[in-house]
Design a protein around this ligand. Sequence first.
Ligand SMILES: [Zn+2]
Length: 435
Amino acid sequence: MDEKVRIVFLGGVGEVTKNMFVYEYWRDGKIADSIIVECGIGFSETGDEIIMPDVSYLLDKQDTLRATVLTHGHEDHTSALSTLLSQIRIPVYGTRLTVALAEGKLADHGIQAELHPVKHKQILNFGAFQVRFVHVTHSIPDATNLIIKTPLGVLFHASDFKFDWSPVDGWPTEVGKIALAGESGILCLLSDCVRSERSGYTLSEETIEDHLELQVKKAHGKVIFTTMSSNISRIQQAVNVASAFNRKILFLGRSMRQNVEAAQHLGYLHFPKKSIVHSKSVKKIPSNKLFIIAAGSQAQEDSALSRIADNAHKDISLAPHDMVIFSADPIPGYERQVHKLVNKMTKLGADVVYSDINDELHVSGHGASQDLMLMMGLTRPKYIVPIGGESRQVRQYFLLAEKMGYSDDTLFAPEEKDAIEFTRDGKARIVKEVA
Ligand SMILES: [Zn+2]
């Protein structure tokens, strides 16, 4: 019997976003089973355009497709589901929060999908593939990596992760599970590499709250806090600080309200109901008793924050001495438009705090060099493919791998539409432009 396992990269290589991978098991020259891992959108270099992955490769292979598996709820891992599911019928699996966030976005597109929330201990079988979930810490709760068992060996899909030992939700990365998988033998590790240029470990999310408290202490008017609306742990810390100063909380912006509602409903976010106010009643609250948690940290057009900066929001306006806190770094490509937003709000007299003047109000959800080396050390794979990074980050990742004893012929940097192919004799090679 002629067998091979292939991973086709429809996105997520040579770039940070648009993650989409097809795992295929081939028998006697034909695909027997395949699963899709991730289904995310990308962003253009100038940040003003959303890019969908090209799923045409999958259209004539529908009879082999068993499932789509998501690792976490970020848009660059899930938000292309609307494109995929409008062309292909396929069940979708992910952890509870991941599936709930995806469900909300699919409903916006009027798409009904077969969504399966899974527990971390669950083992899923899809034809030749067996998938297990590993809980990891990242900038969204309920994030996972995947252990994918195939007839030719185990593949470890380490999408976005870091090793945070004191995460806000109290649930660190499951290192024991990763080490056990490593002990049993891993054929190939696909690893997040976007912070390979940074030395050391990425700081814990919990470092934010104290710094945020110090910042809010200086506020005389209302506080407007903005972060990625999927960063539930960050939102929890903002809620804690607002409560410590007896400020009423207003969640502003559609994506913010949608994510907060889903996370609170599933028990990932906690706040006293009585401290929440709604837009309509906000005028009754004195400025120095108000804490707004707003969407729009990337200066997205038409976001709540952009409308406030344009003085065009129907309920909220900025006054001198109000404080605006950015607890997010601009996504590459969005820097200019974020700075424009900061300028506009500064002109309105607000005291704007952003990473260039206070870099202690944001930490990354991605592991730095030492996190990445720890993952290599725990999994000890035969082959490695860095994912979710640009060429320069892949290069730095390879230098880290070389320090750990990996040689050139075990490290692969495929490009979009390429595949990596594993054969029964334990060999691996890149196949160019299969998609
Ligand atoms: Zn992510």
